[in-house]
Ligand binder design. Structure first.
Ligand code: UD1
Ligand code: CA
Length: 452
């Protein structure tokens, strides 16, 4: 049986009070709609159809190749929205999964229960329901005396008796493809001027066909985001889910409520995350690291046994046994080899620091390639930019760069070479030589000069 999915995302989301379309608001580092798209893909093995309207071009641009799009030019209700996808789906799918883009907590497990129930249902649809003490804003699920589902009544149309019902429509459905499209055409406009998808339930029941309902076990999954209070609630729940998953996999969180790990991050076992740490984007952290407190790591790869305190890393590659911080900054293209020590107030950009390099205090290294075991004295700066172009600095193995050295690029410092404190180096330094002063000159050993 072929299943395809329709995700409704054409509504305005007025209550967000935002320039950004609701479904693009970020949640744990991903646009809200990506959760629905990922779930749909896992369940169907196909790109879902996303129904867009308000902010259509922005949504389409962010979602890109991940989905097919159907445009609902005027928002005439959820049934009308599904109809916009008819041309893309009619005759192609045995089962059509329909759900809303603003419910990112719905899990794959729950949605596959919905699909499995419909597979066995001789009737045309199965829906998700939830029992909540606060029913505000939801359609009420009305059942017959024998317990079978009779209808969904929207809040605006409900009688006081119906309003008291605590079983609610979640907003996720699985339809038979050969029934859905004709049924949608039979739905009458509501007193509010909208065509409600929820009226399909009563249509099926009136035709004598059974509607099945799957009840949610975890009521959190029913949270739909309509405003920024819901956004924060969902963010906190997603954070808890992600952190719990990593704790079960062997990662220690000193305080999970204050540790922010985005959805696509990968963490190694026995790593410890200290509070106020943000691990973002496509970051991978190895085993047995100590990360934080007060650290931000974005789109970076960190090896094992690293210690990173109060630092900011973006687009960096850090090998095993590196110590960093406090207050270190790695920018794009920084690559720290095994055993590098980088202390406070250092910045590295587009540079390789070889194994065992020590850079203890107050340095800027940009566009440089630094050999193993080099010592970079306090306050060293690669002057890599002449106001027009960036230039490269090369430092050979075991070189010793004195405190406050200015390395005016392009420049090569030889292996085992040394620079004096405060020197401004404008010319290459051969292997094993020492330069001092401003501008730096070779320091000749007295013995040689005097020929004694
Ligand atoms: C809907 C359900 C309600 C359910 C609730 C759960 C209907 C009629 N009602 O109500 O039973 O309890 O969700 O949260 O379905 N959309 C479009 N085009 C439209 C209208 C809506 O794409 O013309 C999209 C919206 O962007 C949104 C989704 O459909 O993602 C739901 O629409 P919304 O107006 O939020 O429905 P609710 O009033 O919440
Ligand atoms: Ca809603």
């Amino acid at each position: 049986m072929k299943i395809m999915a329709v995700i409704l995302a054409a509504g305005q989301g007025t209550r967000m009070r935002s320039e950004l379309p609701k479904v693009l608001h970020p949640l744990a580092g991903r646009p809200m709609i990506r959760y629905a798209i990922d779930t749909a893909k896992i369940l169907t093995g196909e790109k879902p159809v996303v129904v867009i309207g308000h902010g259509a071009s922005a949504v389409q641009e962010v979602v890109g190749e991940e989905a097919l799009f159907a445009v609902q030019a005027e928002q005439l209700g959820t049934a009308h929205a599904v109809q916009s996808a008819e041309a893309l789906l009619a005759g192609k799918a045995d089962l059509v999964l329909v759900f809303y883009a603003d419910m990112p907590l719905l899990t794959v497990e729950t949605m596959s229960k919905l699909v499995e129930t419909q597979r066995k249902n001789p009737g045309p649809l199965t829906m998700l329901t939830v029992v909540l003490p606060d029913s505000h804003g939801f359609g009420r699920v009305i059942r017959n005396a024998d317990g079978s589902v009779q209808a969904i009544v929207e809040e605006a149309q409900a009688t006081p008796e119906q309003l008291a019902v605590k079983e609610l429509n979640v907003g996720a459905y699985c339809f038979r493809g050969d029934w859905l499209w004709d049924a949608l055409r039979k739905i009458q406009v509501s007193p509010k001027g909208e065509y409600y998808l929820t009226d399909s339930v009563a249509l099926a029941v009136e035709a004598g066909r059974p509607v099945q309902a799957v009840a949610l076990e975890d009521a959190d999954e029913a949270i739909g985001i309509n405003n920024r209070v819901h956004l924060a609630e969902v963010e906190a729940i997603l954070r808890r889910r992600t952190n719990t998953r990593w704790m079960m996999a062997g990662v220690t969180f000193i305080n999970p409520e204050q540790t922010y790990v985005e959805a696509d991050v990968v963490l190694g076992k026995d790593t410890v995350l200290w509070p106020n740490t943000y691990v973002r984007g496509k970051t991978v952290i190895g085993e047995s690291c100590q990360i934080g407190p007060n650290t931000v790591i974005e789109d970076s790869t960190i090896g094992s046994h690293c210690t990173i305190i109060a630092s900011f890393l973006e687009g960096a590659l850090v090998e095993d046994h590196v110590e960093m911080g406090p207050f270190a900054h790695l920018r794009k293209g920084a690559h720290l080899a095994q055993g590098v020590h980088m202390g406070n107030f250092g910045e590295v950009k587009s540079s390789y620091l070889g194994p065992g390099v020590k850079m203890g205090h107050f340095s800027y290294i940009g566009d440089a390639n630094i050999g193993p075991d080099v010592n970079i004295g306090a306050g060293t700066i690669t002057c890599n930019y002449d106001g027009v172009k960036k230039h490269k600095t090369e430092i050979g193995a075991n070189a010793f760069i004195g405190s406050d050295t200015m390395l005016v690029a392009p420049l090569r410092i030889g292996e085992n070479a040394k620079t004096g404190a405060g020197s401004v180096v404008t010319h290459d330094v051969p292997d094993g030589e020492v330069v001092v002063g401003v501008p730096a000159r070779l320091l000749r050993k007295k013995k040689d000069n005097e020929g004694t």
